[in-house]
Write a protein of this length. Structure first.
Length: 279
């Protein structure tokens, strides 16, 4: 008779199987494509088929998350990882029956978030997202400094060029939008040549602004992201090593437990045989 430990080991094998992982990723992509297909005008039969497939995908995700939870030694261990909580929330939210109500649009939008489960299944995507979140505080200071530069240049632009073209430099908001256009290189030379007809040296204004916005701050952002990515890669390697060691210890403990159980069964059988012989 199979015990819960035996079932748990089978669930662990399924969870750690690369083929199962790839199948889950395929289903995630397929479910995202279904949502995209439903944005077109479809035949009623095709629409009904997609609805049926959507229910099938939802059921599969429910079974998949249950398998992953059951594979843990304790269910609460599943919720110790942030990405597991992320997956659990997305699956649970997709179970809310909103399709036949006035909130059907919200239900479709919530199901669209299934594609984000790819992040939790692909390690490199997890590293990228973790790096982005970790880099946010540092990037915030760079963004603040960039805003100060934008603000200074916008005020200077308004003071110098508002009479030349009020539509571009008429107030602070318009000046900021114009500088954003210059920073993204969207026909910025037209803006520069227009002001150069009045101020011949105004090109210095644009060149220095582009130097700060497009080169200095951009490279600072890239430097922060690269540094954090390196830290996240090292952290992921350390976590993988720790998980590998924990899996080995768990497998060894499971093996020892099974051996002890078999030995106990043998002792019980021997005691039964000895008792029968004594009779």
């Amino acid at each position: 008779m199979m015990t819960w430990l035996d079932f748990q080991q089978k669930f662990q094998v399924i969870r750690d199987n690369k083929a199962f992982e790839m199948f889950v990723i395929t289903v995630i992509i397929f479910s995202s494509l279904m949502i995209g297909i439903r944005t077109y005008n479809l035949h009623p039969i095709a629409e009904s088929a997609l609805v049926f497939l959507d229910y099938a995908v939802t059921l599969f995700f429910l079974i998949e998350i249950i398998i992953r939870m059951a594979a843990e030694p304790r269910v609460r261990d599943f919720f110790k990882k942030g990405w597991n909580i992320f997956d659990f929330v997305i699956v649970v939210v997709s179970l809310i029956p909103l399709d036949d109500s006035e909130y059907a649009l919200i239900a479709r939008m919530l199901r669209l978030f299934r594609v984000m489960r790819l992040i939790s299944f692909i390690p490199e995507l997890r590293v990228l997202v973790s790096a982005l979140i970790s880099a946010m505080p540092r990037m915030g200071y760079v963004a603040l400094l960039m805003f100060i530069i934008f603000y200074l240049y916008a005020v200077i632009g308004n003071l110098m060029f508002s009479q030349i073209n009020p539509q571009l430099w008429g107030d602070l908001g318009l000046a900021l939008l114009t500088l954003f256009r210059v920073a993204t290189f969207e026909d910025w030379t037209d803006v520069m040549y227009e002001t150069m007809t009045v101020y011949g040296l105004s090109w210095i204004y644009y060149i220095t602004f582009i130097f700060f916005s497009a080169f200095v701050f951009l490279n600072m952002m890239i430097g922060i992201v690269v540094e954090v990515l390196d830290e996240e890669h090292k952290k992921m390697e350390a976590e993988n090593m720790a998980e590998s060691l924990a899996d080995e210890q768990s497998a060894q403990a499971s093996y020892e437990s099974r051996i002890e159980s078999e030995i106990a069964d043998l002792h019980a059988k021997l005691d039964l045989l000895i008792a029968q012989n004594q009779k």
